[in-house]
Ligand binder design. Structure first.
Ligand code: FE2
Length: 458
């Protein structure tokens, strides 16, 4: 069953990790084999692997693409300026135990830093922090994107990791080799490593809107849905709600397809940006089949599970996707959300508890107010609490929550998220020097007073 998106622009196939197939022209997909001597319509057959050939069948990810020209038809790669994008080794600064918080990044500051009047998706990538090593397939990086200009004949491929995109402002229009997807705030998209695409705002050409959001670049194992354990067979993100594109040729008109044009492919490879030119769109795929695919997910469909007795559950209960490490139970990186939910716990301090966590946490806010921070943590902003760095509700939140009437209440119109990694995040120099960094962040906890009284009768 195909599903149409809310913008009525693209249709999708549903299911997480499913083997799917799609053709933009009927009969373009070879019926009985992957690589016939001559493909229908004179297409080239090409395999794209997301895992090594010998991965067990249930973990093996690959797709076959039937394209007008094979992906190799491009000129030599040359290095280009990385802009504000940073990658391995994350050694500009030592990782800090200090709690960090940032105001939203804005397009004007990016224009000044890059000395550019117009910023497209690739120009507007700003790295906040990272860990591990893309070349050894372990770790992740956190980037902000912010742009106001379409990519036009520019295309992107990340050879280092999967991009998990979390829009906060503006609806993304992502054209990929497998077809198009729109991704609005409240939805996410994952573009696995090696897939070529371009990102525009759905409305950027009409009203010059600014698009902004967060990116988790996952160097590690591909994302899977978390195991449900004692929850049972259902709960959290439902596999049937993940949507992948249907095949479409970027320029359907045959005259347009034949026309040679200068297209630029930007490749993020081993931490640096490289560029190669080609005389056609790299999205010239007419049909495909496989299970290595881009996908999107509407976070409002998350089946949120919370306590119905007492105490705040650990945030692992809110995990949407996880990239596992070699050790069971230790994620390379998790994507976790804090969605609207009912709070009914009795005799409980209901906001997130104070904690020091062995995992390192980057948090962002898509909209609304997060229940542990009344002020300072705003949509488009972010915070970083590295391993064992203490954090929790600010003084104002503690005061209110410890005195609150504990009737059932609904936290509405809020959507925060967390990228949680088993590796320590090192901030970039640019992030630490940024005008958006809140150098007074620690002040939010300094008014937490001692309420200790030795006399229990008081
Ligand atoms: Fe935390």
């Amino acid at each position: 069953m195909q599903k149409q998106d809310k913008q009525q622009k693209y249709s999708y196939q549903a299911g997480f990790g499913n083997v799917m197939q799609s053709e933009a022209i009927e009969g373009a997909l070879p019926e009985r084999q992957n690589s016939p001597q001559r493909c229908p319509y004179g297409l080239y057959a090409e395999q794209l692997n997301g895992t090594s050939f010998l991965m067990p069948r249930h973990q093996n990810l690959k797709s076959w693409l039937y394209r007008i020209q094979p992906s190799v038809t491009h000129g030599a790669f040359k290095p280009v300026d990385n802009g504000l994008l940073r990658s391995r080794p994350f050694d500009q600064l030592p990782p800090t135990p200090e709690q960090l918080r940032f105001d939203p990044f804005d397009i004007e500051t990016l224009r000044e830093q890059l000395d550019k009047a117009h910023i497209d998706f690739i120009d507007g990538l700003f790295t906040i922090c990272g860990n591990g090593d893309s070349a050894s397939y372990r770790g992740s990086a956190v980037h902000i994107y912010c742009f106001d200009t379409p990519m036009q004949d520019k295309y992107f491929v990340c050879s280092d990791g999967d991009f998990l995109l979390v829009p906060q402002l503006g609806t993304l229009d992502i054209a990929t080799e497998f077809g198009g997807m729109t991704v609005a705030p409240g939805e996410i998209a994952v573009i696995p490593r090696g897939i070529r695409y371009k990102v525009n705002d759905l409305h950027v050409e009409q009203d010059k809107t600014v698009s902004r959001g967060y990116i988790l670049e996952n160097y590690g194992a591909p994302f899977i849905l978390p195991p449900l354990g004692a929850i049972g067979a259902n709960g959290l993100a439902n596999p049937r709600h993940f949507l992948s594109p249907t095949a479409s040729i970027e320029h359907q008109d045959s005259a347009e397809r034949q026309k040679k044009r200068d297209c630029q492919l930007i490749n993020k490879f081993a931490g640096n940006l490289w560029t190669a030119w080609m005389d056609h769109s790299p999205l010239d795929v007419v049909a495909w089949h496989g299970n290595y695919l881009p996908y999107k997910y509407d976070l409002s469909l998350f089946n949120t599970i919370n306590t119905v007795s007492f105490d705040h559950p650990d945030p692992s209960i809110f995990t949407v996707l996880t990239s596992p490490s070699e050790v069971e139970g230790i994620a390379n990186v998790d994507f976790v959300i804090f969605p609207p939910r009912w709070m009914v716990a009795e005799d409980t301090f209901r906001p997130p508890y104070y904690h020091r966590n062995v995992m390192s946490e980057y948090m962002g806010l898509i909209h609304g107010v997060y229940d542990a921070k009344q002020q300072g943590f705003v949509p488009g902003g972010g915070s970083l609490h590295n391993a064992m760095s203490a954090h929790g509700p600010d003084a104002e939140t503690f005061q209110k929550a410890s005195q609150a009437n504990l009737a059932p209440t609904q936290i509405k119109e809020t959507l925060a998220f967390m990228f949680e990694s088993s590796l320590i995040y090192a901030p970039t120099q640019k992030a630490m020097d940024s005008v958006h960094r809140q150098t007074d962040y620690l002040d939010c906890w300094q008014n937490l007073k001692s309420n200790f009284k030795i006399d229990k009768s008081d």
